[in-house]
Design a binder for this molecule. Sequence first.
Ligand SMILES: *Cc1c(COP(=O)(O)O)cnc(C)c1O
Ligand SMILES: [Zn+2]
Length: 392
Amino acid sequence: MITATKVMELQCSECSKTYDAAFEQHLCICGRPLVVRYDLKRAAATLTLENLSKRVRTLWRYREVLPPGDPVTLGEGMTPLVHAARLGASMRLQRLYVKDEGLNPTGSFKARGMTAAVTRAKQLGAKALAAPTAGNAGGALAAYAAAAGIPAVIVMPADTPASNVMECQAFGAKVVKLNGLISDCGKYVAERKDREGWYDVSTLKEPYRVEGKKTMGYELWEEFGGKLPDVILYPTGGGVGLIGMCKAFDEMQEMGWIGAARPRMVAVQAEGCAPIVKAWEAHRDAAEFFPNAATIASGLRVPGPLGDLMMLRMLRQTKGTALTVRDAEMLQAGRELASLEGIFAAPEGAATVIGARKLVASGWIKPEETVVLFNTGTGYKYAEAWQRALQA
Ligand SMILES: *Cc1c(COP(=O)(O)O)cnc(C)c1O
Ligand SMILES: [Zn+2]
């Protein structure tokens, strides 16, 4: 049994101040997220394609670059990478792939973040876990908290899809519904966590959800046989997936697996909530709070993401871009993805189909390029949205 590589330290994503990873840490004193640094030299010695071929088929196969602790796992990760030949042909792409994250426990890639965060929280002795959610993060936290035997408090907007509420209740979590957005739910947790003794698992307010989500980048590398695609389209809300994958690519370069070239990262947002796209188009380094956020893609309804500086920097560094998709387009693309490829996607995932088509049309994506769309969640949890679309 190989023991996990030690986390060396936590480092601020903006001011570079470092913190001891042996203790519970949340944000930097400057208010920005902390990122995990490992001994990558040591990790590279055992984390090889050959060794990986013999390992457990969950994301814990990358344990050298994951937080230490006895994993709280439900079999997350190693999702299918589907060659979407028919959908690809409809937009003149021969190498179009869909990474289907809907097959994770609780039906979304939020499971990746939560397996890592809850594993670490448990090891640090957390007594209760709390998080705001726009939808799928709540269900994932509730499930992993149940698996860890730790109580969970989930705070969500009152109009969150019904299946997200029901799953949290079934997993035994305490559900608080607020008339507001995820940003209001985040404030609710922040105001009460010290008094109530909650460990705050909010997006980027603890360092380990990014670690779980970055494994999407490691999986792509493994699935493409030690290579990476040219373009990755990712439906962006809080930005943990985008930030995580870019962190994974930096780690891979440091381990000598890849060079300086990167897949061009594309942040796809909903027209009704697009703080990153707005900042990107205005060539700004930071995003502004997006007023009156509204979209059926509940995972994208994040008006004031804490990781805005990191996301915008990563889009620039990878020569990526950012664009919006309308709700009606997502629903239309969802039917296309389902009927052409057999994948019933969340509207967030379907949005990437539209994103790819627009970028092929504008010439930003070339027909010979390898393109990966992230379907971040299953369509089965969005009954209300699909009912409207399919009856129309
Ligand atoms: C949370 C969520 C997103 C956004 O993910 P981030 O990594 O926070 O940007 C996208 N799609 C679905 C289905 C989600 O649940
Ligand atoms: Zn700082």
